[in-house]
Design a protein around this ligand. Sequence first.
Ligand SMILES: Nc1ncnc2c1ncn2[C@@H]1O[C@H](COP(=O)(O)OP(=O)(O)OP(=O)(O)O)[C@@H](O)[C@H]1O
Length: 289
Amino acid sequence: MLIVDHVSKYYGNFIALENVHLQFENGIYGLLAPNGAGKTTLMKMLVTLIFPTKGEIRYNGENIIHLGSKYRELLGYLPQQFGYYKHYSPAKYLLYLSALKGISKHEAKEKIPKLLKLVGLEDVMHKKMRKFSGGMIQRVGIAQALLNDPKILILDEPTAGLDPTERARFRKLLTQLANDRIIILSTHIVSDVESIANEIIMIKDKTILYKKPIRELCQLLSGRIYETTADFQDAEIFRKRFATISEKQENGQMIFRFVSDEQPNENWESVEPTLEDVFLHVYGEGALA
Ligand SMILES: Nc1ncnc2c1ncn2[C@@H]1O[C@H](COP(=O)(O)OP(=O)(O)OP(=O)(O)O)[C@@H](O)[C@H]1O
């Protein structure tokens, strides 16, 4: 079990995270927050690239800093921007990284084709990465994070640059991997995590606002989300009066999705809250009661 025990991180006088307390068991955790909330800071501490200013992170009861290389052997990490050699093929690049990670050449040669197949790059495994799309490079990044069969897999914005098909493939891959490891992925895209995460972690105001299964998060808004139509000329009044979550136009009218605790009007249709509703409400408005 991985425990972030009352951790704060300051950059000089700037507080990036304050008093973060989290517990991770096997499964997928979606770290969902807007840019700048502190996701990368938390992930970098989890992979020992930077250190907490206060508090400590423990794996199976031991401070990860003291565990050192024993801990890093259990880690797979995909940073937000990962360095690769564009003149290398994925196979050559992974072979090189395997050597750095202390994996024998024999084992690496057996493993690499399997990994590249897993991420759908088997056809191009010997092609130079120079001409690869952003999504293909990202998949090489995911493969390198899996080289040592990590028990803890940390992925910082792993779906950046992936198209919808690649995103779907990626979600399936994570689900396959999640049964015997901790997977923590950060994103600001709700659909990346809504179908696969066992728990969602939301950071707000430098600390953890929620760590809950999606169902429980959605329950926070249960019975409070409505949709209704309004004429264009009334739109501004509507926006001032209600906490709108989203709006669209249809047949010359506005359709509002909004949060309300008022007695519902007969023109309001009560709708099931989604994770997107929670996200937009939390980061647009404030914490939920
Ligand atoms: N080395 C640093 N020195 C000073 N401030 C930093 C440093 N690294 C990050 N910050 C600040 O800490 C805050 C959190 O940054 P962080 O990168 O963790 O956010 P994030 O949620 O990962 O956002 P993004 O997805 O944009 O990377 C930001 O305000 C950022 O400017």
